[in-house]
Ligand binder design. Structure first.
Ligand code: ZN
Length: 283
């Protein structure tokens, strides 16, 4: 398997581990890599695989989840590579709140994925917190970093690569704000009630001829995003209805057929959604 050029100068490659899709943008001044994989060893492998394309000069995190950031240390400003890392300005707080405790649990063998070797991981936050839209100049092209409102997490950031010569539309590298091939993943620090609005605003900017590259799976088009928005909206509506009826989480999920995706992966969605609704009521 090798790098697949999705639009001129934008390459992606799928990795078996976590079914990650790694994406890189090539410019005159070097490579801009999106996310770093789930460990320093995986990051080293990605860097080796990238050698025919050039050297990584920038690393951008799409969000804090371990499979997207635990390779940061390999590239980081303190390492031999000396690459500056940028991410959403809330990403660092998410690392502290969720990824550090999760890593500690895995190391003790009490978390859900204790089997892997986590000993080498040093959680490494971005150097450059991104609070508003900004541009990275790769020499012959520039890419836009767009921090989003809360959705998959409260630290999601997408990368827009404007259409260049030979491409029919922009490329959008979106992390897990859209998930392929599975349904949306409600993981740690998710905002199930706000996610639909965040995705709808993003889709307003995405054109019919643009390409969307999710953090897992294959590239998709706008229609895929619209379908995924439908799933997120149905789930949010059901969470709201069960909350209004006073149902606890088990009761809310008691009828799997009414939910748009398997309920074993929705516990956290309901729990977090209830939290959002209750926080909204207190305001
Ligand atoms: Zn994620």
């Amino acid at each position: 398997m090798s790098w697949n050029e999705i639009v001129p100068g934008v390459y992606s490659r799928r990795y078996e581990r976590d079914d990650l899709t790694m994406t890189v943008v090539r410019g005159e001044r070097g490579l801009l890599l999106v996310d770093s994989g789930s460990s320093p060893a995986m990051a080293a492998r990605i860097a080796a695989d990238l050698q025919p394309l050039g050297e990584v000069r920038w690393l951008i995190n799409t969000h804090a989840h371990h499979d997207h950031t635990f390779g940061n240390q390999y590239f980081a400003s303190g390492s031999q590579r000396g690459v500056r890392i940028a991410g959403h300005h809330r990403l660092s707080a998410h690392l502290d709140a969720y990824e550090r405790p999760r890593l500690a649990a895995w190391r003790e063998g009490t978390g859900s994925e204790p089997a892997r070797d986590w000993a080498d991981v040093v959680i490494t936050a971005p150097d450059d917190p991104i609070a508003r839209r900004s541009w990275v100049d790769l020499g012959d092209r520039a890419v836009e970093l767009i921090p989003l409102e809360p959705g998959h997490t409260d630290g999601d950031l997408v990368i827009r690569v404007p259409a260049g010569a030979g491409s029919s539309g922009d490329a959008w590298i979106v992390g897990d704000v859209m998930e392929e091939p599975g349904p949306p993943m409600y993981g740690s620090g998710c905002f199930p009630m706000r996610w639909p609005q965040t995705l709808a605003s993003l889709l307003d900017e995405i054109g019919e001829r643009d390409v969307i590259v999710p953090g897992h799976g294959r590239p998709v088009g706008r229609a895929f995003g619209v379908a995924q928005l439908g799933l997120l909206e149905s789930t949010a509506a059901l969470i709201r209805r069960h909350h209004a009826a006073g149902h606890d989480i088990a009761r809310a999920l008691a009828s799997p057929d009414e939910w748009p995706q398997p309920t074993d992966a929705l516990r956290l969605a309901v729990e977090r959604g209830y939290g959002e609704i209750e926080a909204g009521i207190q305001h």
